[in-house]
Design a protein around this ligand. Structure first.
Ligand code: ADP
Ligand code: MG
Length: 224
């Protein structure tokens, strides 16, 4: 589970301090599916970055299971990101020159020697089959639809079996039918794997499918 205590993040902007998170206290139990909504500039992406160990708070604590993400060293944070957390973004963030399979295999970039090429290949193939892309392994991103590209990104996020999936507007670039498909896929992975899932979304239809809805505004979080 996540435990956030007095979580504060300030940025320097043109010599001024901007408070993106203003003392957030929040517990997200393991296995919860949470949606985060709120106005632009409210702190959604900053919160997701803190949950994802991509950046450190100015003050306060972020605990994930037994790890304290606010005080862990750089190598420990890299390790936590690599083993515990999967990320999905609005823009898919696939590498355009790599096939679907090779994109998923990049999740093992730091552990290729240890895991072994054959095992990486086997697991990436299985992950793509699981998201319904077993017939598209050797396609480049440009040869795939938006929904298919997001499926590749989800396979990449989950191929190492993390405990947490963090998604920043995962359906923001998709039409309604595809949005439905991607949410169903995320929900199925959530149920089957017992994942903790945090989805930032502007879309109330997406948010209503979550177990819990949070609103973040001016760096303050509340349940809605
Ligand atoms: P949201 O995702 O809800 O739109 P953000 O978390 O991106 O909000 O931003 C919250 C506040 O922090 C905004 O005022 C934004 O300008 C500021 N901010 C976010 N990231 C940075 C950064 N890297 N440097 C300076 N200011 C930032
Ligand atoms: Mg944002």
């Amino acid at each position: 589970m996540y435990q956030l205590t007095g979580l504060t993040k300030r940025y320097a902007q043109k010599g001024k301090q901007v408070t993106a998170l203003a003392g957030v206290d929040l517990v997200i139990p393991r296995g919860q599916l949470v949606a985060i909504q709120g106005p632009t500039g409210g702190g959604k992406s900053t919160l997701l970055q803190m949950l994802g160990a991509l950046d450190r708070p100015t003050s306060g604590a972020v605990r994930l299971g037994g790890h304290d993400l606010s005080t862990a060293g750089g190598a420990a944070l890299t390790d936590i990101r690599a083993t515990e957390i999967g990320f999905v973004f609005q823009s898919f963030n696939l590498i355009p020159t790599l096939t679907a399979l090779a994109n998923v295999e990049t999740a093992f970039a730091g552990s290729l020697a240890r895991v072994g090429r054959d095992e990486v290949h086997r697991r990436a193939t299985a992950a793509l089959q699981e998201v319904g892309l077993g017939e598209r392994l050797s396609h480049l991103p440009a040869e795939l639809s938006g929904g298919q590209q997001q499926r590749v990104a989800i396979a990449r996020a989950l191929v190492k079996d993390p405990s947490v999936l963090l998604a920043d507007e995962p359906t923001g670039a998709l039409d309604e039918a595809t949005r439905d498909e991607i949410m169903s896929l995320i929900e199925r992975q959530w149920r089957d794997r017992g994942l903790t899932v945090v989805i930032v979304t502007h879309d109330s239809w997406v948010a209503r499918r979550a177990e819990r809805r949070l609103r973040i505004e001016q760096g303050q979080v509340r349940d809605i």
